[in-house]
Design a protein around this ligand. Structure first.
Ligand SMILES: [Zn+2]
Ligand SMILES: [Zn+2]
Length: 150
């Protein structure tokens, strides 16, 4: 049994709060094992709320989802992502376009989480997060050569 630590998370579909509990699997490897649901939701917290969420100590490393992770207690999403703007975690069912339940920022899933609570992003794959590189820019090949009149 490794060290466990909780990360406050919001359900992207219901905006409700829960806590993901990560267990240290090895040096710098954190695995989400279970969830805790608060009995009474604390008052709205967020950038515009009366009080900012308490700043937990930062977790750095690689973030995985354990095979027995039960998923979001509200919508059963089996993974999570982290907002670049506000730094908070949201549940994630795998959509590439997401909206942060904390600050309403809309964006696209990219990269992998290397820090919970800093300016990284996301966990991509349920088991092995991998960094996604941007797709190469598409080029439009002309269907026909323009008429070459001389
Ligand atoms: Zn959810
Ligand atoms: Zn956000």
């Amino acid at each position: 049994m490794g060290t466990q630590t909780g990360v406050l998370t919001r359900c992207e579909s219901t905006q409700r709060l829960f806590q993901m509990v990560f267990e240290a699997q090895g040096p710098g490897v954190w695995s989400a094992r279970r969830v805790l649901v608060p009995r009474n939701e604390p008052p709205q917290v967020g950038p515009s709320g009366p009080s900012a969420p308490p700043s937990p100590s930062q977790l750095a490393g690689q973030f995985l989802v354990a095979p027995d992770y039960p998923g979001c207690p509200y919508c059963r999403a089996t993974s999570f992502w982290r907002c670049q703007a506000c730094g908070n975690a949201n549940c994630w069912a795998g959509a590439s376009a997401v909206t942060c339940a904390w600050c309403q920022l809309a964006g696209f899933i990219t990269g992998s989480i290397d820090h919970l609570n800093a300016a990284g992003v996301l966990l991509n794959a349920p088991q092995r997060p991998r960094v996604q590189s941007a797709p190469p820019a598409r080029q439009l090949a002309p269907a026909r050569r323009p008429p070459d009149r001389s």
